[in-house]
Design a protein around this ligand. Structure first.
Ligand code: ADQ
Length: 462
């Protein structure tokens, strides 16, 4: 079996997998790397004054990790700049927030070239290379220029944007053309894949061949749909662990016969947090009898705080939560508990389990794993109800959730009411169907399907 090389901006291989706090993705990729005796390559998260390309090799619980330091200018232009200020908002249809500066594009290209130059000497002829996410779109092109002929696959964790919006990006063709140096392009959903194909057909006069290959720019690349999921057994074990159960008990006691609605999201404008709070406010307004009987626990760790718009949204959310609490709270009841912190997975599982409703309402999301975690944490005899945005990739599979348009306060209000009053029989029926989806898309299945498709894909290097 050939070696697997995983490449991502940040290497998240856990130092101690037994600690159980690493995300499902990190655990799944680490397990694959142990199985295939692979290597995980990426940015160390550190900076040096002047780029040296020196590799730091480390063994993390049986996984070889190779990282490289970047210059502060790389971090500004490539990571905070092009990745987080240009591509992330654009791919989430926030053209209004997508800032493009020439230096961002140049920094992105330069840093990807640097990654390619450092990685290339580590590659053996039989290695299979799996590149992750929008930070590294041009990497295959840069590796090919250095003579790498191995199979290289790419997986996009975000949505692919509509063509009409992608064309607002300067040099969009150059970016998409670089993707044709991969052997396989993976997306979470059929919808993201079709948007990619449509761009290629219209902007590059390309075509989709009957076998799924996409042809344009004088090259072909295989496209595929690989819906990511969670590590189901690992998550269930966390839920049933001593701390998982203790957290559940603590949460249930603190809810004190009130129904809890839970939201768990990084603080990001794509997650629809303001619209969610407004929808919940509408619900409190529409249903006076529910006041005092429900509360929303919104767990939202701060993310990307170096980027201005993330600081703005943070302030707006604090103001909004404060306003709603001020308007509706009583001496013994507060409608929103708003927390900016992270929890361990076992604690998170306990929190989800205690919630009558899971509110997952992104405005646009590649997949959304919180939806799957919420379902997995429920008690089969008395499960809670998932309210899910139709604009999350997860909605393509999780049609048994209460699907909502997160931009509509009225729809959110009605869905919350429906979820809170849903009869047990219907809750159980829906939960069973959703849990089956969660199992069918386990992260190990996602990983193995992708690696299998990549090893089967026609090889570019010949
Ligand atoms: P994210 O945008 O980060 O991921 P998501 O899929 O929801 O979104 O994953 C978030 C993860 O962070 C979940 O596992 C969740 O449990 C965890 N998390 C969130 N808040 C937390 C808290 N307070 N404490 C602890 N853990 C917390 C990107 C894409 C998604 C895609 C994933 C995977 O944007 O669309 O589903 O990658 O491909």
């Amino acid at each position: 079996m050939s070696r697997l090389i995983v490449v991502s901006n940040r290497v998240s291989a856990p130092r101690d997998p037994a600690a159980g706090s690493a995300g499902g993705l990190a655990m799944a990729l680490s397990a694959a790397l142990r199985k295939y005796e692979g290597l995980w390559f990426g940015w160390s998260g550190e900076t040096v004054e002047s780029f040296t390309g020196e590799l730091k090799m480390e063994d993390r619980a049986g996984v070889t990790v190779a990282t490289v330091d970047l210059e502060p200018q790389d971090v500004d232009e490539y990571y905070n700049g092009y990745a987080n200020k240009t591509l992330w908002p654009l791919f989430h249809h926030r053209v209004d927030l997508s800032a493009y500066e020439r230096s961002f594009g140049e920094g992105y290209e330069r840093t990807n070239r640097r990654f390619a130059e450092v990685l290339q000497p580590l590659i053996r002829p039989d290695d299979v290379i799996w590149v992750h996410d929008y930070h590294m779109i041009p990497l295959a092109r840069d590796l090919r220029r250095l003579g790498v002929k191995n199979r290289i696959g790419f997986f996009l964790h975000t949505p692919w944007p509509a063509r009409q919006l992608l064309v607002t990006l300067p040099h969009h063709r150059r970016l998409v053309e670089s993707m044709f140096h991969f052997d396989l392009l993976g997306f979470h959903t059929q919808e993201w894949l079709e948007l990619f194909q449509r761009y290629v057909e219209v902007e590059a006069r390309g075509s989709v061949l009957p076998d799924g290959r996409i042809h344009a720019f004088g090259r072909s690349v295989q496209g595929g749909v690989f819906p990511i999921g969670i590590d189901v057994e690992g998550f269930l074990a966390a839920r049933n662990s001593a701390l998982g159960v203790k957290t559940y008990d603590r949460m249930a006691a603190s809810a004190a016969f009130r129904s809890m609605i839970v939201g768990v999201d990084r603080l990001d404008y794509s997650k629809g947090l303001e619209q969610r709070l407004l929808g919940y406010e509408q619900f409190l307004h529409d249903n006076p009898e529910a006041r005092g009987k429900v509360f929303l626990l919104q767990v939202t760790p701060i993310s990307r705080d170096e980027v201005d718009v993330y600081q703005d949204i943070r302030v707006r959310l604090e103001t909004l939560a404060g306003r709603i609490n001020g308007a509706f709270a009583d001496m013994d009841w507060q409608p929103i508990r708003y927390l900016n912190r992270t929890y361990r997975r076992d604690q998170l599982a306990g929190i989800y389990r205690a919630a009558r409703v899971g509110l997952v309402t992104p405005l646009r999301d590649g997949m959304n794993l919180v939806a799957k975690e919420y379902v997995a944490a429920q008690d089969p005899e008395d499960p809670g109800v998932l309210i899910l945005s139709r604009f999350a990739g997860a909605a393509e599979q999780m049609g048994e959730a209460l699907l909502v348009n997160p931009f509509s306060r009225e729809e959110l209000s009605e869905a919350i009411n429906k979820a809170l009053t849903m009869p047990l029989k219907e809750r159980i029926r829906k939960w069973k169907a959703l849990m089956q989806v969660v199992r069918d898309t386990d992260v190990a299945i996602w990983r193995d399907d992708f690696v299998h498709a990549l090893t089967e894909a026609p090889r570019k290097g010949g």
